[in-house]
Design a binder for this molecule. Structure first.
Ligand code: NAP
Ligand code: MG
Length: 401
């Protein structure tokens, strides 16, 4: 069989623990036998990040800007325990945070659905993709405890020293206050990433906020989305036969639950934090959730939404059998290969990405799966397999396609 050729390399970012083990298996079993895999490799494993003072993470992000598409393995975000475990020079920042701040993107998370695992919400037939604005609001807030009488004010001092002042509250007793901010630039990037991704995936886009109560803050989000849509996307949405839909956040929650799914739900930072966990759980498992970072300039970075599955890795190191689900990592690869293929007009590569995904889904639907899924499926006859055998079973299915 002739292997599929690639013209432009993918930016490959290796990672940590169990997902690093899976990464190698996926390349050996599911990619290299079928593709002349061309990647520019960056080792984002914790040891090499430490060795390079985390420079390698920045280099990887810069490479995504050069080539346009990257695929990333899950990585350790260091904490106090990890500093000891790996004897780190510093508590290096989250690689995802570093990459996101360089590419200035929005993260889209979409569940991978299989017929034998039903979402908890009966009406959901298609996946719901959550787009979370990842800047500002409560995550960059300033807060204060108030003890006793006094007034809290919002003050803005411009460059010339002119002040604008507004009373927040006159306290007669103790209480709390908080200050939050966002920038038009960040909201504009968020809006463009969402509109682009909707066009890319041909799905409707929903956005919601509480503009009736927050007449300046939330209303700014609503207005920016509206203006960018009207000026830049309206025609293209019409051509693609998709819709942009705005409503209030509480109305959106009610509509999402009653919906059939199959759309993108753009959320403000806090709404996205809360709703992505709800949607992920309602669809089944974190191991079946993909994640893609889309920058307003059109750079893409694909990964699994889950972490490095540390508990399984320690079992693996002890020589014990593991049953780690590789689906989300496989879909990170297929997503990146498909995007690479689309950008290079490499139809063979696009078609391979489709086949790989279909083979993975078909394997599960025929009853072969890892333990996490075996606990959720409504199939009667299930063959529960270990980490490596699952990937080998997908290869068998892939070879029949
Ligand atoms: P995790 O790796 O997502 O795993 C948490 C638990 O979820 C696992 O112990 C396992 O449950 C289940 N699970 C997750 N993925 C699975 C899979 N593919 N197959 C089967 N079960 C799966 O989260 P964590 O253990 O809290 O974090 C480990 C490390 O990952 C941390 O160092 C964290 O910094 C990092 N992390 C990285 C990213 C990223 O790079 N995007 C994201 C999140 C976390 P059972 O143990 O019950 O089987
Ligand atoms: Mg959360």
């Amino acid at each position: 069989m002739k292997k599929i050729k690639m013209t432009t390399p993918l930016v490959e970012m290796d990672g940590d623990e169990m997902t690093r083990v899976i990464w190698g298996m996926i390349k050996d079993e599911l990619l290299k036998p079928f593709i002349e895999l061309k990647t520019e490799y960056y080792d984002l494993g914790i040891e090499y990040r430490n060795e390079t003072n985390d420079e390698v993470t920045v280099q990887a992000a810069e490479a995504i800007k050069r080539y346009g598409v990257g695929v990333k393995c899950a990585t350790i975000t260091p904490n106090a325990d990890r500093i000891k475990e790996y004897n780190l020079k510093e508590m290096w920042k989250s690689p995802n945070g570093t990459i996101r701040s360089i590419l200035d993107g929005t993260v889209f998370r979409a569940p991978i659905t299989v017929s034998s695992i039903k979402p908890f919400v009966r009406t959901w037939k298609e996946p719901i993709t959550i787009a979370r604005h990842a800047y500002g609001d409560i995550y960059k807030n300033v807060e204060m405890k108030i003890e006793g009488k006094g007034k809290a004010e919002l003050v803005f001092t411009d460059e010339n020293g002119e002040e604008k002042r507004k009373l927040i509250h006159k306290f007669n007793d103790s209480g709390v206050v908080m200050g939050m901010h966002n920038t038009n630039k960040s909201i504009e990037s968020f809006a463009r990433s969402c509109f682009n991704f909707a066009l890319d995936t041909k799905q409707d886009l929903w956005f919601a906020s509480k503009d009736t109560i927050s007449k300046k803050y939330d209303h700014t989000f609503k207005n920016i989305f509206y203006e960018i849509f009207e000026n830049e996307y309206k025609e293209r949405f019409k051509e693609a036969n998709i819709e942009y839909f705005y409503t209030l956040i509480d109305d959106a929650v009610a509509r999402v639950i009653k919906s059939k799914g199959g759309f993108i739900w753009a959320c403000k930072n806090y709404d996205g934090d809360v709703m992505s966990d709800m949607v992920a759980t309602a669809f089944g498992s974190l191991a079946m959730m993909t994640s893609v970072l889309v920058s307003p300039e059109g750079y893409y970075e694909y990964e699994a939404a889950h972490g490095t599955v540390q508990r399984h890795y320690y079992k693996h190191l002890k020589g014990e059998e593991t049953s780690t689900n590789s689906i989300a990592t496989i879909f990170a690869w297929s997503g990146a290969l498909r995007k690479r293929g689309e950008l290079d007009s490499n139809l063979e590569l696009v078609s391979f990405a489709d086949k790989l995904e279909n083979a993975a889904i078909k394997t599960i639907e025929e009853g072969v799966m890892t333990k996490d899924l075996a606990l959720l499926t409504d199939l009667k006859e299930v063959k529960t397999v270990n980490t490596y055998d699952f990937i080998k079973e997908i290869r068998k299915t892939l070879e029949t396609m």
